[in-house]
Design a protein around this ligand. Sequence first.
Ligand code: GDP
Ligand code: MG
Length: 163
Amino acid sequence: MSLTVAIIGRPNVGKSTLFNRLVGKKLALVDDTPGVTRDWRAAPARLAGIDLTVIDTAGLEEAFDDSLEARMRKQTERAIEEADVALLLIDARAGVTPLDHHFAAWLRKGNTPIILLANKCEGRAGAPGLYEAFELGLGEPVPISAEHGEGLAELVEALLPYA
Ligand code: GDP
Ligand code: MG
């Protein structure tokens, strides 16, 4: 049995980077068919002995039209339905944005457990954003760096209660 985790958050926070880090390889983001962008990826991963199915939510970056909000909501909704745990990512370097608040408020209404991850925390540049993240009302944020592979042990610790 594997634990299904959905990686959620606004564009550019590092969701796909975390997905690739957990899955251990880079999976194509874009469908072979020209003009078709898959906005959903799931792949197995194993993290410190925990079997995971990791869902990346992508494709929102390309949807700069009226339906952005609707698509984001629908995709996130579907991912959360599938997931045992949602990983809400923020970009600690950028700080907490209104869209992060939007996601957090919306996730708090659901029943899926949420782990708040403050990404891009390598070095010191993420420190202010990390403290800001407490504002989201989702408990203590876990500092990670998806790009540098930092904080994964802490992520494991946060996942263990659900494994
Ligand atoms: P997504 O839109 O949420 O899927 O974000 P991506 O994974 O595409 O990453 C967006 C940008 O953030 C890319 O330029 C990444 O290289 C960068 N990024 C992702 N993780 C980190 C990190 O841990 N530290 C830093 N400094 N940059 C990161
Ligand atoms: Mg992405």
